[in-house]
Write a protein that binds this ligand. Structure first.
Ligand code: ZN
Length: 363
């Protein structure tokens, strides 16, 4: 996804001997991403030379468990393991996650962000220094004010970065930190996030396995959209198709895995007359999410919501009342939740985490 460049590689000895994390953050970043491999490799050689022992250089890649991360983009994204692919004279130091313009980008784990705007090839970029010790690079964030790739937006909060995001700010896991774009030498290419993973701040390794395991969030919004004061004021509207209605407690079978990829055959539900008495779980394949306080998200996620007995069921046409039996598999519905807080829990939207207040059947 990235154009090949052959630029000179300045060597920063001071940064190199001060530690690899230091070199990542403080070294000149004329072309942020593809150089980090070379620079960190140089760091290791220097450490080895200075220490006078081979042990420092062969310090094994961490066997420690990789951090449990959430997926860095909210909404559909396609990627493959293109780590190490040739990019001109270098190799690709991350994975390119192809997505849509201004798709929300979130912190994969809790940590501290460093905003970086001075790399011509990386464009609008940021580092996330995770609590696990890993460092993540987010490259080619948005710099357009319109979908016409105008490049007029600059690397600013509200354009490239989340509104109000400050350099050095601590962020929670799942917090909105930026938007997908095509800044730097991604200009003219597909909108994508170049994402790098540096365990313990060392050499980049492929983030592919980490990404494959990552939980995908249902939505992301600026923290100010739903702050503590406003908690309880906002709701989500989910548009999608009914998968099933089942007694709560059977959610594992009903919900399938969180990625919404598939689910096994489902046992036939009991008759509606028996079901209305118990707590139910409404499972929907969601394609779009709207936050009442502002924000729309295109997604592809299976969500299992609690359907309390008091929830309102309606038909879109004729202003009619709907019955539980109308919630057949494949029915198109809009589900409005009870008031939510903006938290990792609601963003994850695991089975039963969200509760339906109103369901409108559209077909
Ligand atoms: Zn890339």
């Amino acid at each position: 996804m990235l154009t090949a460049r052959s630029e000179p590689r300045p060597v920063n000895l001071g940064a190199a001997v001060s530690g690899s994390l230091g070199s990542l953050v403080r070294a000149p970043e004329h072309n942020g991403r593809h150089r980090t491999v070379a620079r960190v490799a140089l760091t290791l050689v220097l450490v080895w030379a200075l220490a006078g022992t081979a042990q420092a250089a062969v310090a094994a890649p961490a066997k420690a468990k990789s951090p449990k991360v959430v997926f860095p983009i909210v909404g559909p994204a396609t990627y493959r393991d293109d780590f190490g692919d040739p990019r001109g004279t270098r190799s690709h130091a991350g994975n390119d996650l192809v997505s849509s313009w201004r798709a929300p980008v979130v912190a994969v784990e809790a940590g501290k962000v460093t905003i970086w705007t001075s790399s011509a090839s990386a464009g609008c970029m940021l580092y996330l220094h995770g609590a696990s010790g890993a460092t993540y690079l987010y490259i080619h964030l948005n710099n357009d004010l319109t979908a016409k790739r105008d490049d007029r937006g600059r690397c600013k909060p509200g354009v490239a970065y989340a509104p109000g995001l400050r350099d050095g700010q601590r962020v929670r896991q799942g917090q909105l930190i930026g938007y997908v774009g095509d800044s730097g030498d991604a200009a003219g290419l597909e909108y994508h996030l170049h994402f790098e993973y540096h365990p313990k701040g060392r050499d980049a390794v492929s983030p592919y396995r980490l990404l494959r395991r990552a939980e995908k969030l249902l939505f992301a919004a600026p923290e100010s959209k739903l702050g503590r004061d406003a908690a309880g004021a906002a709701t989500l509207s989910l548009v999608g198709k009914v998968v099933s209605v089942a007694p709560a407690g059977a959610e594992d079978e009903a919900a399938g895995d969180a990625t919404g990829d598939s689910s096994g055959p489902e046992p036939p539900p009991p008759p509606a007359s028996e079901r209305r008495q118990q707590a139910l779980l409404l499972t929907v394949d969601v394609t779009s999410v709207r936050l009442s306080s502002g924000g729309r998200f295109k997604v592809k996620r299976r969500v299992a919501l609690l359907l309390p007995a008091g929830a309102t069921l309606e038909r879109a046409r004729k202003n009619g009342t709907a019955r539980l039996d109308d919630l057949v598999t494949g029915a198109r519905v809009t589900v409005t939740t009870t008031p939510i807080e903006l938290s990792l829990e609601t963003q994850r939207a695991r089975p039963g985490a969200l509760s339906a207040a109103r369901v409108v059947v559209r077909s």
